[in-house]
Ligand binder design. Structure first.
Ligand code: ARG
Length: 461
């Protein structure tokens, strides 16, 4: 414990396994630049309180900038067993660079408790901005394709049974709508991440009347976390980010699942690019949608990280407890997993081939049974009755072993006298999709309106 920052009150040594168990430097080193930025802002504020002279501040700033350079160039040497975490490593090094008399003043009134929360929030804010860009790119590809490929009609499913004809673009925009909500949610999460814990101290607040608002402003935070105990105890921002990521991954997983089904030989609606597929080590003909399977699989991992952290924090007493260090690793992996997944999904959808003839071939006349019932509704028959009549037409077609649209007009009239000659016009898939022109439906104009809505969401409108 001799070299440790907190070694003063200790006489006994630490079990080497405890040292290893306790240290976080091998993962929180990721925050080196945020840690340095935070320290510079903190030191500047402490110049105003009179803790540091301007000359001392200049020395601290110079030293920290040099340390930043060392991290950037890979020349920073971690001292195993001494550099417990990124905060202690940087401070240890600062003392070496500028001397311990001045370096020793930096941490006045500060605690690693407000420091780590600051580092994590600064880091996460940048990551969220990157994730936002990935998500926007993904949505742009979805809307561009939806616009370009609007004419293609395919089966829409419920229970994975053919239900009603829809536009391929409408399917894409179903997910576009999910992902646009995810984008909105991400922006909301960002606002709550972007608040400053710095100046909260260990838990009770800063005794030197530091200007927390000025520190927050220098670091680009939107506001300060008001209660000092909440500021250091809170990992809601980590949980919330991972809840957001879990929801996004759930959507990506369902999207991937649809595409896995649509790319199977039995469907053949889409063909995945080689760039996102892999082969089999034994079966030469295989082309497997591994990218999509990984998206589906990684959704479980992302959700597990979120659930795991909630378990870790649910029972800890106020305020900082070392359990909170367990929020770092899942967050790092979660953010990477989600970011990679968004890039893969964008790659997949940008390079996917569609096979509209196969989509069209999979449409069957019974998918127009609802349209047939609606035909009679337009003649004034109550829907419940028309549902029954159309059902009898379906049964008749089954009995005759004929597709519904191959029944004769006489046969239809045999089921119900209210069918007129114009009933045969019902059996038209294009007409069916165009009928659904109310807001949010699958007609061309309704789909175009959805594209505009997603574009507005992208712009944050
Ligand atoms: N590495 C620690 C973490 O990630 C920093 C805070 C340590 N604070 C303390 N009081 N031991 O949570």
């Amino acid at each position: 414990t001799a070299g440790k920052l907190w070694g003063g009150r200790f006489t006994g040594g630490q079990d080497p396994i405890m040292t290893q168990y306790n240290e976080s430097i091998y993962f929180d080193r990721k925050f080196y630049s945020q840690d340095i930025r935070g320290s510079i802002a903190y030191a500047r504020a402490n110049t105003k309180t009179g803790i540091l002279t301007s000359a001392e501040f200049a020395e601290i700033e110079r030293g920290l900038q040099q340390i930043h350079q060392e991290w950037e160039s890979g020349s920073f040497h971690i001292h195993p067993g001494v550099d417990e975490d990124i905060h202690t490593a940087n401070e240890r090094r600062l003392a070496e660079v500028i001397g311990k008399d001045i370096a020793g003043k930096l941490h006045t009134g500060r605690s690693r408790n407000d420091q780590v929360a600051t580092d994590m929030r600064l880091w996460l804010r940048e990551q969220i901005e990157q994730l936002e860009r990935y998500l926007v790119d993904f949505l742009k590809v979805i809307t561009a394709r939806a616009e370009k490929e609007i004419e293609h009609v395919m089966p829409g499913y419920t229970h994975l049974q053919r239900a009603q004809p829809i536009r391929w673009s409408h399917w894409m925009l179903m997910y576009g709508s999910f992902f646009a909500s995810d984008l909105q949610r991400l922006r909301e999460v960002k606002a709550r991440v972007n608040r400053s814990p710095l100046g909260a101290g260990a838990l009770a607040g800063n005794p030197f009347n530091i200007d927390r608002d000025a520190v927050a402003e220098e670091l680009g935070f939107e506001s300060v976390l008001m209660n000092s105990m909440a500021a250091v105890a809170d990992r809601d921002f980590v949980v919330e980010t991972m809840q957001w990521g879990s929801m996004l991954m759930t959507h990506l997983s369902r999207w991937a699942e649809d595409l896995i089904i649509y790319s199977s030989g039995e469907f053949s609606f889409v063909r995945l690019a080689d760039a996102y597929s892999t082969g089999s080590s034994i079966m030469p003909q295989k082309k497997n949608p591994d990218s999509l399977e990984l998206l589906r699989g990684k959704a479980g991992r992302a959700f597990g990280q979120m659930a795991g952290l909630m378990m870790s924090v649910k029972g800890i007493p106020s305020t900082y407890n070392k359990d909170l260090q367990e929020s770092v690793e899942p967050l790092l992996d979660h953010v990477k997993t989600v970011g990679d997944s968004l890039q893969i999904a964008t790659g997949v959808i940008s390079t996917l081939d569609i096979l509209p003839e196969n989509m069209h071939k999979s449409l069957t006349p019974d998918m127009l049974a609802t349209d047939l019932a609606e035909y009679l509704v337009r003649k004034g028959v109550p829907f419940r009755e028309t549902h029954h009549i159309s059902g009898r037409v379906v049964a008749l077609a089954e009995k005759e072993k004929k597709p519904m649209d191959q029944l004769s007009f006489a046969q239809l009239q045999g089921v119900d006298k209210r069918f007129d000659e114009d009933v045969l016009a019902v059996f038209d898939y294009q007409k069916s999709v165009e009928m659904r022109s109310a807001k949010g439906g699958t007609s061309r104009s309704a789909v175009m309106e959805q594209i505009e809505a997603v574009k507005k969401a992208l712009a944050g409108e």
